[in-house]
Design a protein around this ligand. Structure first.
Ligand code: FE
Ligand code: MN
Length: 361
């Protein structure tokens, strides 16, 4: 019997019996194996909605003016060593990190999940990591930083190297053809999703987000600040996508959710926090430019607890308050909604104009 469905404001007529069968075969893992990308009927509506939300926030690095940033970067009188170091650490760390996240989505998570609407959202997520990586390239070229110097930081700055190792080691062994009928393998995937979504993007990105947005608040590096605001806005969707993915994976596979496994995840977050605090102290060896390493470390404890709580795990520091309420406002998705909606139209206009008026940029 045909039935009418409304999806994303569009009406579809589906054969009910076939639709129910297809629906029941959709699973996060071990679902129907198909190459035909059958989005309908949607089982994970939230993933489709998130895909549309992500797409509506599209941005391009080249639309952000970097003139002021370049002036400040060249200014040897007013720019402090501490500020210069934070910008270098920001560019150095994220140049590697964005690619690592994108690579893990494309080679692990998107390969192993089976429902097409989940793959759709993950494809957009991976594309946004490309945009972020491209924004770092744009910052490097705009400021005239030597890219090799930047790349060398991945190895030479011990705290960056350790953060990168922490996540890549959990990705390397989880490529295609993992037998996901085994509980231990399902746990490996769940751990990967928790590690990348909640520990890395959800927690370890926030030290630098806070530092760079603090500088932007003092009118320092406004172009870089704006790109980080766009990135942060994207990251909040990535964290949500991975949080939902994790929760549904656990719901569909309750064998994964043992007390030992929960403990393992909490320990993983502890390790992530420890690495992030070392990194923050490296970024801010002395309290300067109005930024204190200790406050940023407290902020990381606060953020980590929000992530743990979000996936149903016990928090590490109950009752901790956010030391940076202003940052919560920057992150607040609703407050920025109109701003970004306006921006999308602007982007569409300016991208067609950019072809004829390059010299105005
Ligand atoms: Fe990113
Ligand atoms: Mn991301």
């Amino acid at each position: 019997m045909d039935k009418t469905y409304e999806i994303g404001g569009k009406i579809f007529v589906l054969d009910e019996e076939k639709a129910v069968e297809a629906y029941n075969q959709k699973k996060v893992i071990n679902g129907r194996d198909t190459m035909t990308f059958n989005l309908l009927p949607l089982k994970y509506q939230w993933a489709y909605d998130l895909y549309r939300k992500m797409k509506a926030n599209h941005w391009e690095p080249e639309d952000v003016p970097m003139q002021k940033d370049l002036e400040q970067w060249k200014d040897t009188k007013d720019l402090s060593d501490a500020e210069r170091w934070i910008i270098m650490m920001g560019i150095g760390y994220f140049s590697a990190a964005e690619g690592i996240v994108g690579d893990n989505i494309q080679h692990v998570v998107r390969e192993l999940v089976t429902a097409p609407e989940l793959k759709l959202a993950l494809g957009r997520h991976a594309h946004e990591e490309n945009i972020h990586a491209d924004s770092l390239l744009y910052m490097i070229s705009s400021l005239g930083i030597n890219p090799h110097e930047c790349e060398a930081m991945f190895e030479q700055i011990e705290t960056i190297h350790r953060k990168n190792e922490f996540v890549t080691s959990a990705s390397k062994n989880l490529r295609r053809d993992l037998d996901l009928t085994q509980t231990t393998n399902k746990q490996e995937l769940a751990k990967n999703i928790f590690l990348f979504g909640q520990c890395m993007e959800g927690t370890q990105f926030y030290g630098l987000f806070g530092m760079i947005l603090s500088l932007a608040r003092q009118n320092k590096f406004p172009g870089i600040g704006q790109m980080f605001r766009y990135t942060l806005r994207d990251e909040s969707n990535h964290i949500e996508l991975f949080r939902n993915l994790f929760r549904v994976l656990i719901d569909e596979n309750p064998d994964v959710w043992t007390p030992e496994f929960k403990q393992e995840l909490v320990e993983l977050m502890k390790k992530a926090v420890e690495l992030e605090k070392e990194f923050i102290r490296d970024c801010l060896p002395v309290s300067s430019v109005g930024l204190s390493a200790e406050e940023f470390c407290t902020y990381i404890d606060y953020i980590a607890d929000r992530r743990l709580n979000g996936v149903g795990l016990d928090v590490l520091n109950p009752g901790l308050e956010n030391p940076f309420p202003w940052l919560a406002e920057t992150i607040d998705v609703k407050k920025e909604q109109n701003f970004f909606e306006g921006r999308v139209t602007e982007y569409q206009k300016s991208s067609s104009l950019a072809e004829v008026s390059d010299d105005e940029l």
